[in-house]
Design a protein around this ligand. Structure first.
Ligand SMILES: *[C@@H]1O[C@H](CO)[C@@H](O)[C@H](O)[C@H]1NC(C)=O
Length: 291
């Protein structure tokens, strides 16, 4: 009050400018309070967790939190686990929501056909005993849900959406499997569009009661050190394995950082023993893949 009376004595102009400054300060205060209340601004808090294991120490599973947004529509915490460096493989927990998993299964269901494999001599698709699942492709950018998933894949892998093939949806019933194979091509035909397959993201759309693991029989490191070792089928224990869990995604690289092919990326789908397995695959190329 004293200040204002003093200003009034000096001049009208300074009175109005100090009122203006005061009004702006009050306004700014309310804006900040509103933003903090709405959760747009957050007060920084120190997180003092620094138990970082050594990069190549596979005896302890590395847990790297990337996006700890608790209770994202009740779909669990999102975090990334490094499971192997040879091959380079990562599990992104709760990558897809329950609704996204169900959406993909329902979209694909009416279009499922017996799976084929690529003939390395002719480059054409052929029926095979090594792959007994059924599947279908969903075109890249097909609808809003798929575009959202494809954007999330690009954000996680740092590989642009345009380098991805369409999502493949696969269904394995009891006894169905995919024998160990490489995702990279050894023929000229299949690399004409987009070049070599560089990385694969495998998304599990359902839980599987028993079997159906993704197994890497050529992985280096202690394969029995995974926390889920005792839950694996006999097939799953033949290598480094990932147990299917709805919403989880497995990323692995078929190429080493020097762009040579990585034979340790050999992988297969173990036979389903009990239950039903739905999964979705996104293959990513070195160059743009024209749809
Ligand atoms: C592999 O990991 C298991 C479980 O952590 C441990 O019991 C075993 O001794 C390890 N084996 C080697 C060769 O380090």
């Amino acid at each position: 009050m004293a200040k204002i009376r003093h200003s009034r004595l000096q001049s009208r102009k300074s009175t109005s400018s100090s009122t203006l400054i005061f009004t702006m300060l009050v306004f700014f205060f309310f804006v900040v309070v509103t933003l903090v209340t709405l959760g747009i601004l957050s007060v920084p808090s120190s997180s003092g967790d620094s138990s970082t294991p050594k990069a190549n120490d596979l005896s302890s599973i590395v847990r790297n939190s990337v996006d700890r947004n608790h209770g994202d529509e009740g779909n669990g915490e999102r975090w990334v686990e490094v499971i192997s460096w040879e091959p380079r493989a990562f599990v992104y927990h709760n990558f897809l929501t329950k609704e996204e998993c169900e959406y993909l299964v329902n979209l694909a269901k009416p279009h499922m056909k017996k799976s084929t494999v690529v003939d390395s001599e002719t480059g054409k698709s052929k029926d095979s005993r090594v792959r007994t699942s059924s599947g279908t492709f969903l075109a890249r950018g097909r609808d809003k849900v798929i575009r959202t998933i494809e954007k999330r894949i690009a954000d996680f892998t740092f590989i642009p959406v345009e380098h991805g093939e369409g999502l493949q949806i696969l269904h394995y019933e009891v006894g169905q499997k995919y024998e160990p194979h490489y995702d990279y091509f050894l023929d000229e035909f299949n690399t004409q569009n987009g070049g070599q397959r560089m990385a694969t993201l495998l998304m599990y759309l359902t839980d599987v009661e028993e079997g159906g693991e993704t197994v890497f029989p050529a992985a280096k490191g202690n394969i029995s050190s995974v926390p889920w070792w005792n839950e694996l089928s006999d097939c799953g224990k033949k290598g480094l394995s990932v147990k299917p869990k709805r919403g989880d995604a497995l990323l692995f690289w078929s190429m080493k950082p020097d762009s040579s092919l990585d034979p340790s990326s050999l992988h297969g789908g173990c036979p389903v023993i009990k239950g039903n397995k739905w999964s979705s695959t996104k293959w990513m190329r070195v160059n743009e893949y024209k749809a």
